[in-house]
Design a protein around this ligand. Structure first.
Ligand code: SF4
Ligand code: SF4
Length: 273
C-alpha cells in the first residue's frame, strides 16, 4: 500500500493553500486547496492500489466542485473570459489565481495535469466510449488559437464599449460557453471516435499549456533497455503522444495529460514518470 505519492500531493496543496492565504488573506483558499488536494490524494491512493477509475473519480469530484460550487454557486467565472475580465480589473481572486496555478505556472511542474485530473469538460468527455483515438490526427489545432483570440477580443470590447453589468455578462458567458463546449465536445468525440478530440482541436486554454507544459518537470520517459518496441503505449495514448522519444521535441509532447495509461499498459515496465 503506497501512501508516499498521496502524502506528497496533499503536502503540496497544503503549501499552496498557505501561500495563497498569506498573499490574499482570504481563508476560502485554505478550504479550496485542502479540498482539491485531499480529493487528488485519495484518488492517487486508489490508483496506486489498482482502482481503475481513480482518475475519473478525481476529475468528477474536483471538476464538479469547481464548476458547481466555485463557479455557479460562487458566481465566479473560472473560464478564460473570466480570467481576462478579472485580470483587467486587477482583481486577484479565484479566477486569476486558478489560472495562474493550474494553467500558467503549475504546468512547468505538472504539465497538463489539469486536463487529466480536474477539468470539468473532460470529466464528462472521458466517460464516453472512445478512450483510444480511432482516427488519424487532424490538422485542426489552429482552431484553438482563433477561439483564444476571439475570447480575448470579446472581453476587451466589453471594456472599450463600457458595457454595463459586466459581472453578469461574464457569468452568463461562462454558463453558455460551457454548454457549447459540452455539446461540441460530445459531438466531436462521436464524430471522430475520440473522447479527447475537443482537447486536441478546440479548447482555447491549451494555448497556455502549449507554452508551459513543454518544460514540464513531470514527463513520461522510456527506458530503452526494457522496451521491446511493441508500441502498445503509443496506440493506446488518448493524446497521440510519442512517449518512446525522450526528447522534449517529441511528437505531441505538450499534449500529455499525465493519465498514466501508457505506463500501466506497458507489458515490460519500460515507462515511468
Ligand atoms: S484541453 Fe481543455 S477541455 Fe480538454 S481537459 Fe484540457 S482544459 Fe479541459
Ligand atoms: S498515455 Fe502516457 S503519454 Fe499519453 S497522455 Fe497518458 S500519460 Fe501522457
Amino acid at each position: 500500500m503506497n501512501i508516499k505519492a498521496p502524502l506528497i500531493m496533499e503536502s503540496v496543496f497544503i503549501l499552496i493553500a498557505g501561500l495563497v492565504y498569506f498573499i490574499t488573506g482570504n481563508d476560502f483558499f485554505i478550504f479550496n486547496f485542502l479540498f482539491i488536494g485531499t480529493a487528488i490524494a485519495i484518488g492517487i491512493f486508489l490508483i496506486g492500489n489498482g482502482y481503475e477509475y481513480g482518475r475519473n473519480l478525481i476529475m468528477l469530484v474536483v471538476g464538479s466542485y469547481l464548476l458547481f460550487y466555485v463557479s455557479i454557486l460562487g458566481h465566479e467565472s473560472l473560464s478564460l473570459s473570466g480570467f481576462w475580465y478579472y485580470l483587467f480589473l486587477g482583481v486577484f481572486e479565484a479566477a486569476v489565481i486558478h489560472f495562474l496555478i493550474a494553467k500558467i505556472a503549475g504546468p512547468f511542474i505538472f504539465g497538463r495535469g489539469w486536463c487529466g485530473y480536474a477539468c470539468w469538460t473532460a470529466m464528462i468527455l472521458d466517460l464516453l466510449p472512445y478512450k483510444t483515438p480511432n482516427h488519424e490526427r487532424k490538422n485542426w489545432g489552429y482552431f484553438r488559437y482563433i477561439l483564444f483570440v476571439a475570447i480575448f477580443c470579446f472581453v476587451v470590447s466589453l471594456f472599450i464599449f463600457k458595457m454595463n453589468n459586466l459581472d453578469e455578462i461574464i457569468f452568463y458567458t461562462f454558463l453558455i460557453g460551457n454548454v457549447i463546449y459540452y455539446i461540441v465536445g460530445i459531438a466531436l468525440a462521436y464524430h471522430l471516435k475520440d473522447n479527447r478530440a475537443f482537447c486536441k482541436y478546440v479548447c482555447p486554454i491549451t494555448v497556455f499549456f502549449k507554452l508551459t507544459s513543454y518544460f514540464s518537470l513531470l514527463r513520461v520517459k522510456v527506458n530503452n533497455d526494457n522496451c521491446n518496441g511493441c508500441k502498445k503505449c503509443i496506440k493506446n495514448c488518448p493524446m497521440d503522444v510519442d512517449m518512446l522519444n525522450n526528447s522534449r521535441k517529441r511528437e505531441n509532447g505538450t499534449e500529455c495529460i499525465l493519465c498514466l495509461k501508457c505506463i500501466h499498459d506497458c507489458p515490460n515496465n519500460a515507462l515511468k514518470l
